[in-house]
Design a protein around this ligand. Structure first.
Ligand code: TXA
Ligand code: MG
Length: 549
């Protein structure tokens, strides 16, 4: 069959809406855009049409479909009993990413509901699709438009990839705004039960309904004999072709785990900030660590994108369960068949950066006095050159002749090679950045250190900053810095000034870090006191953020 492509941008385009609705009225299959994911629609009251959905998707017959309606008035048409709470929820959240499970009306065939006496109903927040349903004049049964088991479709192109030639038409309504499917709440039980987390956060539902139970299938793999309340939750789902491992913990914790363990050549699905840490892996990103709405929009596309690569395993950073994190995490865990790794290491890792003379050392010594293991990245790099053959190999290949057989670096020779040659400097950085974060993450895990300080001039450039639970830029007034450099290195004021000018500006350090420590104490004892107070506050903040997640 040839699949007709509809480009409908307005609900007032009566001609095109009419043509699309006619497909539904004559029992055909039409892919429709919604705010969550694309749906594969058919007349939900027509058994033969509904049977075609199951065939086109390769979907198990016992997996019920959701009915899509243009407004809450249609609830009474689809459901036998409509409690007052349903109208309250509709008033609060429709049109929107919420599906309610209610007793089905006799007109709804068992084929639509997978043999259940209940039915899922939702009103999608997409004006063109509501206009098509209204024009068809029937509730539209629509599962997500992917082939069964594949990640849901968030663009019309995804639908084409899965369904071209199998269905009558595809309505292109642009990329889906929410990106994960609707939240499903079962209103036939008391208290109401969350069957699937989705585009409407559980917290929002609780504000309207009060107590809500969360179904087991949301958070773990059901055993073969267990019967899930939402039949669809038992199937392996949302899966790219390569097996997935979902890694939980705060972004820094899961990042550290990934950096310590993921082999070269694997696929990694990470928050944007972590992408530079994996130069030898195939990376797909799902948005900033702090932006769960963006992660929801991108999660399916990112999972699908691995299918265009030849990776044989995929590791994914998994958000905490607050807000949309519950839905994003659920989709990733389902993609992983609930093969998850808990990366909570409980360590507080703080990154420090700043220019010469700013007084970073004071803060680092204070942290060390509190029991922290400190990584001085300069020193650690030289240590690694002696200890790690792989690092030596990379340096030798890029810079022949700078390393002796036993790993002693001719610093002067290497310095001359990269000084004033941006390309060579970048090549050197790339080698070091590929090595240090992995070595440090592995060392943190190996030693089980609770407090860790990482001291690096290129803290953010190297990607190390993303592995930290907090990052600190250390600054000081210029006069204090000049005096410190003169005293420390025994040089003239003029040369101390020249050295300051050659460095990155304070602003450049500050804007890349989570907090700033201004080291302007009048004497060393006071500086040490202030450092400790600052670090205690920061540790408390890290602790609170973790508990919140
Ligand atoms: O956002 C969405 O809900 C999208 C768009 C297209 O609206 N639709 C969607 O449909 O995700 P589908 O078929 O991929 O997922 C429907 C889920 C399945 O897990 C199914 O088992 C559950 O809803 N479901 C449907 N009717 C149910 C019922 N009566 N009782 C329990 N679960 C039900
Ligand atoms: Mg689906």
């Amino acid at each position: 069959m040839t699949t007709k492509w509809f480009q409908i941008t307005s609900p007032d385009d009566a001609a095109q809406i009419g043509e699309a609705a006619a497909i539904l009225r004559r029992g055909g299959l039409l892919a429709i855009p919604t705010e969550t994911v694309y749906g594969l629609g058919a007349d939900g009251l027509d058994e033969a049409a509904v049977a075609r959905i199951f065939a086109a998707k390769g979907r198990p017959q016992d997996n019920p479909l959701i009915l899509h309606v243009p407004s809450a008035d249609w609830l009474a048409r689809c459901c036998a009993e409509v409690p007052e709470t349903a109208y309250r929820l509709a008033a609060a959240f429709w049109p929107g990413p919420l599906t309610m499970i209610l007793k089905k009306a006799p007109a709804v065939p068992l084929r639509t509901t997978g043999g259940l006496d209940t039915v899922g109903v939702r009103c999608p927040d997409h004006a063109v699709t509501r206009a098509i349903i209204a024009a068809a004049g029937v509730p539209v049964a629509a599962p997500s438009a992917n082939l069964s088991g594949r990640p849901s479709c968030t663009t019309a192109e995804h639908v084409r990839a899965d369904m071209d030639g199998r269905i009558d038409g595809i309505v292109d309504g642009g990329a889906c705004r929410v990106g994960v499917e609707s939240t499903i709440i079962d209103l036939t039980v008391a208290p109401p039960r969350l069957l699937r987390p989705g585009g409407l956060p559980l917290e929002a539902l609780r504000r309207v309904l009060g107590e809500i139970a969360v179904d087991q299938a949301v958070t773990r793999q059901l055993a073969a004999e267990e019967k899930p309340r939402a039949p669809g939750m038992k199937y392996r789902h949302y899966a790219p072709r390569a097996p997935v491992t979902a890694v939980t913990g705060s972004p820094a914790e899961s990042g550290r785990w990934l950096r310590a363990h993921v082999p070269d050549g694997a696929g990694v699905l990470v928050y944007d900030e972590f992408a530079p840490l994996f130069p030898a892996q195939t990376v797909r990103t799902i948005g900033p660590a702090a932006d769960k709405a963006e992660q929801a929009r991108r999660v399916f596309d990112a999972l699908r994108a691995f299918d265009d690569t030849d990776v044989t395993e995929i590791y994914a950073q998994c958000p905490d369960s607050a807000g949309l994190g519950l839905a994003v995490g659920n989709r990733l865990k389902k993609a992983a068949g609930f093969h998850t790794i808990d990366a909570h290491d409980g360590a507080a890792v703080i990154g420090f950066t700043g220019g010469t003379g700013a007084g970073k050392t004071t803060l680092l010594r204070a942290f060390e006095a509190m029991g922290a293991r400190i990584f001085d990245c300069d020193a650690y790099y030289y240590e690694q050159l002696r200890a790690d053959e792989r690092l030596r190999g990379a340096i030798r290949a890029a810079f022949p002749g700078v390393l002796s057989a036993d790993g002693v670096l001719d610093r002067e020779k290497l310095g001359k090679l990269v000084f004033g040659d941006p390309e060579r400097l970048t090549a050197l950085d790339r080698i070091v950045f590929a090595h240090l974060p992995r070595a440090i993450a592995a060392e943190i895990e190996r030693t089980g250190a609770r407090l860790v300080g990482i001291d690096a001039v290129k803290l953010t450039e190297s990607g190390l900053g993303a592995l930290c639970d907090a990052t600190v830029a250390v600054t000081a007034p210029e006069a204090a810095r000049i005096a410190r450099i003169m005293a420390r290195d025994g040089i003239s004021e003029e040369r101390a000034r020249a050295r300051l000018r050659a460095q990155k500006s304070d602003e450049a350090f500050c804007e890349r870090c989570g907090s700033v420590f201004v080291n302007d104490a009048p004497d060393a004892a006071e500086a040490a006191r202030r450092s400790e107070r600052f670090l205690q506050r920061l540790l408390k903040q890290i602790e609170e953020e973790r508990n919140h997640g």
